[in-house]
Write a protein that binds this ligand. Structure first.
Ligand code: PEP
Length: 258
């Protein structure tokens, strides 16, 4: 991490886990543990829609911020089952995960819809975390960089330099998500540095240097410090380990000390 240049962010992605009482209990446990991150590392919990209001109320007055796990790109209308950006900001949500590989794999998310969601989120004042990353066979066939560059170009199409600085990019190799297989710190650094170089080509170097790029994929209490020690890894998007207060806190502390 280069905290002197850009903001380090540790975000939990709770996926489809936790009822409202369970969400409150977990956040109450996390809050005091991560209070020392204030002003140093941003701490976010991205939670299921049904938990958002409970979560926002539970973290009020603390340094923990709340994010959603998806957002629709239209403002309102005949989109049964969807949630708009204004609905999220209205209850105090500040962040949103967009284009997570589980949405790309199971729910037909495409780079086009990721791009639309990203622009809608930014227009509503939400800070998007845009997820990119290659499948295992794409890595094995040597096209990781091609895949990531394509996703970055399409997902950020027509997003201004000013807005891209408010956007977090999460490099999440699909083969490392929920599998227990972590990219090595060198693999994570290589991909995050490549994303920054791609941003520099699309925008300019100063803009690219300002963007927070996280690593995600089986990051946990044991491997976080090494991953976060890399210059271009500015934080983590954490699934499984974000559901345990102690483990999530160990990752936050690694970011504070990194
Ligand atoms: C994720 O959901 O973005 C993720 C990285 O999951 P896990 O940490 O469980 O691999």
């Amino acid at each position: 991490m280069k905290k002197s240049v850009r903001k380090a962010i540790i975000a939990g992605n709770w996926k489809m886990n936790k009822t409202r009482p369970e969400a409150k209990e977990l956040l109450e446990a996390i809050k005091p543990l991560v209070a020392n991150a204030e002003g140093n590392v941003e701490v976010i919990a991205c939670v299921p829609y049904t938990n958002l209001e409970t979560a926002v109320n539970t973290v009020a007055g603390s340094n923990v911020k709340i994010g959603a796990e998806n957002v629709h790109f239209e403002k309102s209308g005949a989109f049964t089952g969807e949630i708009s950006a204004d609905m999220l900001t209205e209850i105090g949500v500040e962040y949103v995960v967009i284009g997570h590989s589980e949405r790309r794999q199971y729910f037909g998310e495409t780079d086009e819809t990721v791009n639309k969601r990203t622009k809608a989120a930014l227009a509503a004042g939400l800070k998007p975390t845009v997820c990119v990353g290659e499948l295992l066979w794409e890595r094995e066939t040597g096209i990781t960089e091609e895949v990531i560059a394509r996703q970055i170009k399409l997902d950020l199409y027509d997003v201004s330099a000013e807005d891209v600085k408010k956007t977090v990019i999460a490099y999440e190799p699909v083969w490392a998500i929920g599998t227990g297989k972590t990219a090595t710190a060198d693999q994570a650094e290589e991909a995050c540095a490549f994303i920054r170089a791609t941003l520099a080509k699309l925008y300019d170097d100063a803009t690219a240097q300002a963007v927070t790029i996280q690593y995600g994929g089986s990051m946990n209490a044991a491997n976080a410090a090494e991953l976060l020690s890399k210059e271009n890894v500015d934080g983590g998007l954490i699934g499984g380990a974000s559901l345990k207060a102690a483990d999530f806190n160990t990752i936050v502390q690694a970011a504070i000390n990194g």
